[in-house]
Design a protein around this ligand. Structure first.
Ligand code: PLP
Length: 285
């Protein structure tokens, strides 16, 4: 395994960042994750646009041009000889003597890239069976729209899911509505066949897979509503699923141990999974 750290490709075991990196000390960093199909980056435009937005919101400069970054990401993929997998990019504000406020003299952002392999046969098998989710109170901060590495609540939620034999946790806000998953967006298929997912004016991440899937669904002639739902509505829905660069479109068959619909992956979710993957493959770079 080869990692990219600040201009150099190094064996992953030797890949280090400074102890005074603000990403490490203050979670003063953002990240992106691209799915890889046949060695190509899926949904490139959406992920680059969100990266630039996340950086701008934190006033961290883009470490290099989009074009240069694309070349570095692709070189990282090539050196790791991965065809099906994920590419992780982290950009922190950089290294500075510890102080909460931003460094007064500009520092160069730190850039780290890693590439991991995904066993597509195993993930397809998982999708065919569906997964469980658990619910957990929304306890994150007020800027979940920025893809920061401040992921401790997400990590704790994911651990809760794992201990319950589920694979994702859905955060529930004060009104009892699902905000999103710890690393995915949440969807249901209503009894009348309408797709429903929370709007992104709320405090959630603007999922790139979510955005692409909205297009895919409309092209497929499905009705879509960007409106939140409760866990109870998910249980009464025909189907539920989650989206993300890691999960793609993954059927949810239970919420807190109770079955969604007939407790099996639904045809709409499975169809959307197939259509999303087709489109992602066709547009990957
Ligand atoms: N919501 C959260 C909190 C996430 O961390 C992620 C991805 O990691 C998503 C949603 C899905 O976003 P995307 O489709 O861009 O991967």
């Amino acid at each position: 395994r080869i990692a990219y750290v600040n201009g150099r490709f190094v064996p992953k075991r030797d890949a280090m960042v400074h102890i005074e990196d603000r990403g490490y000390q203050l979670a003063d960093a953002v990240y992106e994750v691209w799915a890889l199909f046949d060695g190509l980056l899926a949904d490139p435009e959406g992920h680059f646009a969100r990266l630039e937005r996340s950086l701008a919101e934190l006033r961290i400069s883009m470490p290099m041009s989009r074009r240069a970054l694309t070349l570095v990401l692709k070189e990282a993929v090539r050196r790791n000889r991965v065809r099906e997998g994920l590419v992780y990019l982290q950009v922190s504000r950089g290294v500075a003597t510890r102080d909460h406020a931003f460094p007064t003299t500009p520092v160069a952002p730190s850039v780290v890239i890693t590439v991991s392999r995904v066993d597509r046969a195993a993930t397809e098998a998982r999708a065919a069976k569906g997964v469980g989710v658990v619910t957990t109170p929304e306890n994150r901060w007020g800027r979940c729209d920025i893809k920061t590495v401040g992921l401790l609540p997400n990590a704790l939620a994911k651990q809760k899911a794992r201990e319950a034999g589920a694979v994702e946790a859905w955060f529930i806000d004060d009104l009892g509505l699902v905000t999103e998953g710890a690393s995915s967006n949440a969807w249901i298929v209503d009894q009348d066949g309408t797709l429903r997912t929370r709007d992104t004016n709320a405090n959630i991440l603007r999922g790139v897979t979510r955005l692409s899937l909205l297009d895919v669904a409309r092209e497929a002639g499905l009705k879509v509503e960007e409106r939140p739902f409760t866990p109870d509505e998910a249980l009464k829905a025909k189907e539920a699923f989650i989206t993300g660069a890691g999960s793609l479109v993954l059927p949810v068959v239970s919420v807190d141990g109770k079955p969604v619909g007939d407790g099996a992956p639904g045809p709409v979710a499975m169809r959307l999974r197939r259509l999303y993957i087709e489109r992602a493959k066709a547009t990957a770079i």
